[in-house]
Design a protein around this ligand. Structure first.
Ligand SMILES: [Zn+2]
Length: 500
């Protein structure tokens, strides 16, 4: 079609198609579909439209308006792309370019998402005024149509319009002139903050990030910001931070109020990712936990740069322990090192390791170094506490090493570990003077998950060593576990072991 309108910056493809009808001397909706798509059954989709290639074909190559550019610049695709695995992301783009209506919505997770798409079109009346001055006409901006977004980052609350999506006008592309602007929506300060994050996200061109990359990202994120309780993710503190930052009312309205139960999305976000999470869930957690210091764009940047070493080759035991203790190999190396020598000396001994940690785990590095900086503090002149701390830490390490191989050992709780030491009364009373030892206690004490996982992997390795055939019931019995008592994580571990 000659003279097909070129989309304005941030204009929805839906809007450009609608304008093409007007520019062309007003045709019926069916005629418009026939003209642009050569197909009268195309649905006028706002968020992730299909048949994008047919629109791209309207432009000369010199404009660079290929299907992919149109998808990234003129649809809501950027709020989905970074949160899907690369192969799925490719598929959605293919479906959007072509004609598979509905498939893009299914594959992008929109259909199954807790976050519901908007039921009608929205506008910012101030932006409309600016458009009219700048271009002499108005168009639908994509940002206004994003789920949960209630405000324009530049001006303020959005207004509803009379244009309802779906229903009887599903084949009609409506221009903004045919819409009636209704009242403003309610918006709070929290809405502004959310809007701001989403507007940044809209400019990101991501080819997709794998679930494993996101899994590792959130492990490191929680660990760097100190959301750990010993080795475990501190789910209840994460929950508190999210609720405090966004407020229950806002989260409820957005459809993503997390619950306390084990299968809550918020807990799942900090476990191995088995499905994708929505842009809103990512934004909510990243902003709340970092208290607004970390943006969604920085998170995407970081997650996409995480290199996953052929994950299928890692034996289940190692993989599971890694997710359980949440520390990277570099962090573990550093802990071993500064247990032997003071942080300054450790830094000189392995400069490269220090530099990597400084770059990737700065907060964690400062925290752990501060724990081991206690040498200079003299509390009691008669007792050389730093010296004693080193001795106790050494004992503790030995005790834990032996216990971790002993299937008969009970859960390695903090109290249980202290009671294995010779001078346990001193330790209990003076933990505040023993930074090394108390750090190790936090590191080694087990949650129920960790306890069960340790039993399961130990038993599994024993059976392997004796070259016996592995049966589910015998593995469970030897590990002293039962279906009723097993935690979620451990049953998943068991499934993995049995599928090997
Ligand atoms: Zn505006």
């Amino acid at each position: 079609m000659l003279g097909f309108p070129i989309p304005y910056s941030e204009e929805l493809l839906y809007s450009t198609i609608a304008r093409s009808g007007v520019h062309d001397g007003d045709v019926s909706p069916k005629q418009l579909l026939e003209k642009v798509f050569n197909n009268r059954r195309v649905i006028a989709t706002v968020d992730l439209p299909s048949h994008v290639q047919a629109v791209a074909n309207q432009y000369p190559d010199s404009l660079g308006m290929d299907a992919k550019t149109l998808i990234y610049r003129h649809t809501l695709w950027p709020i989905y792309a970074p949160f899907l695995p690369p192969d799925r992301s490719d598929k959605v783009i293919k479906w959007m370019s072509g004609s598979s209506q509905g498939a893009a919505h299914l594959a992008s997770g929109i259909v199954a998402s807790r976050v519901k798409t908007k039921g009608r079109l929205y506008v910012c009346v101030e932006c409309l005024k600016e458009q009219r001055i700048k271009y002499g006409e108005c168009f639908w901006e994509r940002f206004w149509q994003i789920p949960i977004v209630n405000t324009c980052p530049k001006h303020g609350p959005l207004n509803k319009t009379t244009i309802v999506i779906d229903g009887e006008h599903r084949h009609t592309f409506t221009v903004i002139e045919d819409a009636e602007v209704l009242g403003k929506v309610n918006a709070t300060n929290v809405d502004k903050l959310f809007s701001h994050q989403v507007s940044q996200l809209m400019q990101v061109i991501s080819q997709g990030i794998s679930p494993t990359q996101w899994t590792v990202f959130y492990e490191q994120f929680a660990s760097n910001l100190g959301y750990l309780n010993g080795l475990r993710i501190d789910h209840s503190r994460i929950y508190d931070s999210v609720i405090r930052f966004w407020g229950k009312g806002w989260l409820q309205k957005a459809g993503i109020l997390p619950s306390y139960i084990e299968t809550s999305w918020l807990k799942a976000l900090f476990r191995k990712h088995r499905k994708s999470f929505s842009f809103a869930e990512h934004i909510v957690v990243i902003t709340a936990l970092s208290n607004g210091r970390f943006s969604i764009c920085e998170a995407i940047d970081k997650a996409s740069s995480i290199v996953i070493k052929s994950e299928n080759n890692i034996p289940p035991k190692k993989r599971d322990l890694n997710t359980l203790n949440m520390l990277s190999p570099d962090q573990i190396d550093w802990e071993v090192l500064i247990e032997a020598v003071p942080p300054k000396a450790a830094r000189l001994l392995n400069k490269a390791l220090y530099a990597r940690l400084y770059r990737n785990h700065y907060d964690w590095l400062m925290h752990i170094n501060s724990l081991f900086h206690a040498e200079k503090v003299v509390v009691n002149n008669r007792v050389d506490w730093p010296q004693r701390d080193r001795q106790i830490a050494q004992n503790l390490r030995r005790v834990c090493k032996n216990l971790s191989e002993d299937l008969k050992a009970p859960r390695l709780s903090r109290t249980f570990l202290i009671h294995q030491l010779e001078n346990r009364a001193t330790v209990e009373k003076n933990l505040h003077r023993l930074p090394r030892s108390s750090h190790l206690l936090a590191l080694y004490s087990e949650s129920t998950d960790e306890y069960q996982a340790r039993r399961l992997t130990r038993t599994y390795l024993d059976i392997l060593k004796n070259k016996k055939h592995i049966k589910r019931w015998s593995l469970l019995r030897a590990a002293g576990l039962s279906d009723e008592r097993m935690t979620d994580i451990v049953s998943k571990l068991l499934e993995e072991i049995l599928s090997e």
